[in-house]
Design a binder for this molecule. Sequence first.
Ligand SMILES: *Cc1c(COP(=O)(O)O)cnc(C)c1O
Length: 380
Amino acid sequence: MQPIQLFVPTFRIDETLDAIRECLEKGWTGLGFKTVQFEQAWKDYTGLPYAHFLNSATSGIHLALAQLKAEHGWQDGDEIITTPLTFVSTNHAILYENLTPAFADVDETLCLSPESVEKHITPRTRAVIFVGMGGNPGQYDAVRDLCRARGLKLILDAAHMTGTRLHGRHIGHDADAAVFSFQAVKNLPTADSGMICWPTPELDAAARKWSWMGINKDTYARTSGGGSYSWYYDVETVGYKYHGNSIMAAIGLVAIKYVDEDNRYRRQIAAWYDELLAEESHIRRIPMAPDCEPSRHLYQVLIDDRDEVVSALNRAQIYPGVHYRDNTLYNMYRASHGTCPNAAYASDHLLSLPIHLRLTREDVERVAQELKAAVRERVY
Ligand SMILES: *Cc1c(COP(=O)(O)O)cnc(C)c1O
């Protein structure tokens, strides 16, 4: 029997190698060339007005906070409302800027609950980071409206959301910054890279300096601009080395052509799981936001005795995952432990079932059957 893994990325190998070969033949693997093309392709794909290609989404979330902090004069210790149910990147980025994570709880979609966000607003609250879990926008609209009403910035951690469309258009339009991940197992896999999308040309231009050491002209502009001052630049802020490179962009430029087709198949897999697990009251599925075409980065369920069920699945050569452990269980964030009961419950009961493009209907049936058998054995 073949093992069934949680994630197996699919690359169009020959086409990707040709795109990488172009970089090698041109002698340009760094910032510029393919990164410029990929930013344009991303803007065309999403309809977002600005996009800056980065080396990861972690860098992007940090950059979003760093830029907003500088722009609005936020002070050390100011509070950012965030979720405990996320990859730790989201919350570490808050600490990188000496800001304070204020953990609000999640709702039944596993995304931030607007009611809980509202309860955590204090005079020192500056922003909310919303994570679209598994590509699901949850109650994003309500959180956005709350942020607007209360004068808070909204950062969208859209690491799972490449291809998610809400009310007919790609997610990210109404955030103060939207950050996407093209890490190795995300819906648009490169190896490591990400995109930060700002709503204004000023913030986009600033991001380009911040991501390249604070230098006010990138090497591509200097090389292609020519002229006798092409070597000359100024350094305006202590920036970071966060920009993306042409090899990652070359991989992304091929992947972006297929991501809608790939996401359609992810939604097909999700529909199969929905159908096969429908009658099982002990396997609870996660509701999707209405009027949404989700990227389906994940297919999650809630079950009792999760760890024992995982062991049973592993014995059947099925390797699911858990997204995520309640971050307040980590030593780093223990001061907030116990403040988010829904996230704590999810952390103990969540299971992410295998979802990737190589799975067949038969594979999905095998996962569903083994899961049902393992759950029934524990319940009855
Ligand atoms: C993957 C992920 C990140 C970080 O993305 P990188 O590109 O790996 O830095 C951030 N948030 C969430 C929710 C993620 O899943």
